[in-house]
Design a protein around this ligand. Structure first.
Ligand code: ADE
Length: 269
């Protein structure tokens, strides 16, 4: 997969994209990240990429010309037009399901804004989609672009060594992961749950599923509401209710398990 990135700070990408899984994917040609310095496409001799906002107000706005000129130059390299994504706090919040979809595309072009934002004509004329990595404001879109690249890279075929590790993980089913343990068996006064040493694969699978449900109910009830739960999950949640494990989430889980949800609204999360 090819990902072009337009930024006035392409140097920020060194490091996160060089090591570990992303670095390996790039070295092996699975991922081809091309960094482009927006300043090189500025229209004036001072290489200005930002200017004062029309209408006044604080902060600077990124000028449209560098983005349009860079995209025209890139258009000559691309065999097909990639999906163009602007990283900004105003975008749709990035979720794993969207990462999975984007990882299946042949190419992406990521535009990184700075300052108060980018001239609206960039959005209107160039951008297919606007994404945010969360409801907080970064100094620019670069870190968000790196987050997106990292999340995509690990899903590309050949990157993580086999489908198992990504198929079974958090968020694919809107459930958080169960607790993991490795050696030593006893550490810092705590021991590994016996079931994990039992060799009983059925019991281990059930324990893990129950732990996933418990964690999600306690920590992310909003996710549990969207999870696809089967009959076994409902039984496990009932067990957790009986065991008094669900604490604050008790009311929500009771409500989820009583089939009739018409006109009652959901309990506050
Ligand atoms: N640029 C600044 N803040 C951002 C955010 N939360 N997500 C994506 N891009 C951003």
């Amino acid at each position: 997969m090819r990902i072009d990135v337009l930024s006035i700070f392409p140097g920020m990408f060194a490091g996160p994209l060089d090591d570990s899984v992303v670095g390996r994917a790039r070295a092996e040609g699975i991922l081809d990240v091309r960094l482009h310095d927006l300043r090189a496409h500025a229209a004036d001799r001072h290489r200005l990429t930002d200017d004062y906002p029309f209408g006044g107000g604080s902060g600077m706005v990124m000028k449209p010309e560098p983005f349009f000129r860079a995209m025209t130059a890139l258009g000559e390299q691309w065999a097909f037009r990639p999906r163009v994504i602007l990283l900004s706090p105003q975008g749709a919040r990035l979720e794993q399901a969207r990462v999975v979809e984007l990882s299946k595309l042949g190419g992406l072009c990521l535009l990184c804004g700075r300052y108060e934002g980018v001239d609206e004509r960039v959005r209107e004329g160039l951008v297919d989609e606007e994404l945010s990595i969360g409801d907080y404001v970064l100094t620019g879109g670069e870190l968000a672009a790196m987050v997106l690249i990292d999340a995509i890279a690990r899903l590309l075929p050949g990157t993580l060594g086999g489908p198992g590790s990504t198929v079974e993980e958090s968020f694919n089913e809107n459930l958080l992961e169960y607790p993991h343990y490795t050696r030593p068996r006893f550490f810092a006064g705590r021991s590994v749950p016996d079931v994990l040493l039992s060799g009983d694969h059925g019991a281990i699978r059930t324990w893990r599923r129950k732990q996933s449900l418990l964690r999600t109910a306690r920590r992310r009830p909003d996710l549990l509401m969207r999870a696809c739960l089967g009959q076994e999950d409902r039984t496990l949640l009932e067990e957790l209710l009986r065991e008094g494990e669900l604490a604050e989430a008790t009311r929500l889980v009771r409500w989820m398990l009583t089939g009739d949800r018409r006109d009652r609204g959901s309990p506050a999360l």
